[in-house]
Design a binder for this molecule. Structure first.
Ligand code: MN
Length: 253
């Protein structure tokens, strides 16, 4: 039996929620993988909830891919969920093919691309963020095709090595196009933000994707609203948003 004192202090413990996104894990960035595995072992177990808002992986060619570093990442996630931290994950524009087999292997729950939670009493909209970048018409057009069930079933039916080649080629071309685009086009459109918050009845939005971490406060239909943009992870630098009770802060990982 635990002494009563410990039981009651555990009960009073404030719930901790961590939010991360845009780690872009890949074999080419071993430092970020090490950082993430350490985060899963050392910081994340303190949290009741870990939310991953997209682009955990730099590319995802199907749940049947077991090339390194995937197995070690799946194991790390599985150990965390087994230890009692609830992990919920949204797909990003890079890892949009994450599926049920991944969820079963890790104990993560897959969230829809537009999802509202109650976060410490505040209705909060969670998104990866790419849907908010409506100034990039070319991207939104391509997204419709890439996110169709026809694309997924055609792509996933191909042999894994062919998928790997297609994904690498696509990534290279999209990188070339992105580097030519004006900076503003790659950010969110504020009217789209307002509209989607209105539709979902929220005054708080948390998203990633733009790699421009910041707390934005603004007025939405005469009421105080907040948009929190998560940080990407790069090299040996990572950050999480920690929300506990009424405080929301970025912590380094
Ligand atoms: Mn993204």
């Amino acid at each position: 039996m635990f002494p009563k004192r410990i039981l009651s202090s555990r009960k009073r413990k404030l719930p901790i929620n961590f939010f991360i996104s845009d780690l872009h894990l890949s074999q080419e960035q071993p430092g970020t993988i090490q950082l993430f595995l350490r985060f899963l072992q050392q910081q994340a177990p303190q949290a009741d909830n870990l939310y991953i808002l997209g682009d955990l992986f730099d590319t995802w060619i199907g749940d049947d891919d077991s090339a390194p570093p995937i197995p070690s990442i799946l194991t790390g996630l599985k150990q965390l969920s087994a230890s009692g931290t609830r992990i919920q994950i949204q797909a990003g524009n890079r890892d949009f093919l994450l599926g049920e087999r991944f969820a079963a292997a890790t104990g993560c729950s897959l969230l829809p691309e537009i999802h509202v939670i109650e976060l410490e009493g505040v209705q909060t909209l969670l998104m990866h963020g790419d849907l908010l970048c409506t100034d990039d018409k070319e991207y939104q057009q391509a997204r419709i095709m890439l996110r169709s069930s026809a694309f997924a079933s055609d792509f996933l039916a191909r042999p894994i090595e062919e998928r790997r080649t297609i994904a690498a080629d696509y990534r290279k071309r999209s990188g070339e196009v992105t580097s030519l685009k004006a900076d503003g086009i790659m950010d969110v459109n504020s009217e789209t933000v307002a509209e989607i918050m209105r539709q979902n009845g929220v005054l708080q939005l948390i998203h990633g994707h733009t790699h421009r971490p910041k707390f934005h406060t603004f007025e939405l239909d005469g009421r105080a609203a907040r948009r929190i943009v998560l940080s990407d992870w790069h090299g040996n630098r990572g950050a999480a948003l920690q929300v506990t009770d009424n405080s929301a802060v970025f912590i380094s990982c």
